[in-house]
Design a protein around this ligand. Sequence first.
Ligand code: UDP
Length: 464
Amino acid sequence: MDPKPPSPPHVLIFPFPAQGHVNSMLKLTELLLPAGLHITFVISAKDHDRLSRFTTVHSRLNSYPGFRFHVIHGIYEGTMDTDEKLTLMIDSMPKVTTPVIRNLLLESKVTCFIADGIMGFSLDAAEGTGVPVMFFRTISACAFWAYFCIPDLINSGDLPFQGTNLDERIVNVKGMEEFLRRQDLPSFCRSGLNNHFFQEITTVTRRTTEAHALILNTFDNLEGSILSQIQKHIPNIYTIGPLHSHLKSRSTSQSTISSNSLFEEDKSCIDWLNQQPPKSVLYVSFGSLATITNDQLTEFWYGLVNSGKPFLWVIREDLVRENNKVPCELEEGTKERGYLVGWAPQELVLAHPAVGAFLTHNGWNSTLESVVEGVPMVSWPFFADQQMNSRFVEVVWKLGVDMKDTCDRGIVENIVKEVMEVRKDEFVNSGRRMAELAKEAVSSGGSSYRNLDRLIQDIKLMSA
Ligand code: UDP
């Protein structure tokens, strides 16, 4: 009798329960499944429910016999727009999830555990099980490196600085000596060393050295010099991004190209975009977590209307902390040139020929989605890694202007005009060049393409 064929490698994937994290780890899942890997995807009940209501991801994933969701109940489900609330979420996770993860690792013949690298307790959950843990970080390499260097910045006396003299230079993050300022460091660096989230994120980032490998949603031509700094501490890195573009490039059918939104997309904005001239529209979105005050909303609103550009603005139900009424003197300008939605099909929007620039909070997914489509950016980072991303957008990649820490109608108007009129050609050209490099990276033979193949082979070898 022939011996039973060996069972395929089984990967356990566990994202942090937030849009950007779930979205990118689902894309990683969709990239791994066609290679014959079996995958169990751990997800909160709330996110699982939203995915089934708003996306077709279930039917795509369930077409692979080796795929299943494992739903966890009891995870914090509130908003996460402050360090304190993020901390609440991170602190509540280990108690609820550790027993489940440990059980899955011990009982389900798992070959490899790909955990969101923001959750260091995954390493503890896997301890003694013999299952190698890979960390997947959903942030840029530049932000990861800044987090990693925080203990050095404390030693050098650069930290703490309690939110003062934000223009002052930081020269002790290798590879960023020429341009980094206090205000570009991750936002929680402004709140002192005792801030719990600051301590958590610093510790967990250093704990990446305990993981078997680090997977990053970036590509070598974008962040090569920073990646080589990280590699001195974490030799085994798989850069496989931009993931959404990688998925498109590997996909053989259009049906696999769709978002993994946890919110209902308002696709009517595509009809509106179809009626706008090429590169005329400013797309405005601050992602899934950021919140703004009513004063900030008003300043943006004036800036957008006064810029004279058509604008498509995502105003999430929970974006504004107070009421979000359009100032009545702006009603006409908004009616004439604006289109407001609660949640947009962002990848489609950024790929639309009518879009000329993106006013963004520079969450890493949004940044990469803009890079891939060559759309110039007006950056208004909100928190965490976004401060680093916006600095790189302006001074390293030269893809836009960083409006960081200002929210004034005149500045909004001027920077929108700077990006879309005065320096339009410059940004369109650098955007086009970077978009080509992104596409090269995920095409056959490109760096991210090769790294994904290497990741798959390495996982297969683990089960051999
Ligand atoms: N997004 C979307 N529609 C919107 C706003 C955002 O589909 O109206 C998606 C966007 O394409 C991106 C994700 O939500 O993939 C936001 O992730 P990001 O890392 O940019 O920011 P976060 O939400 O984590 O702050």
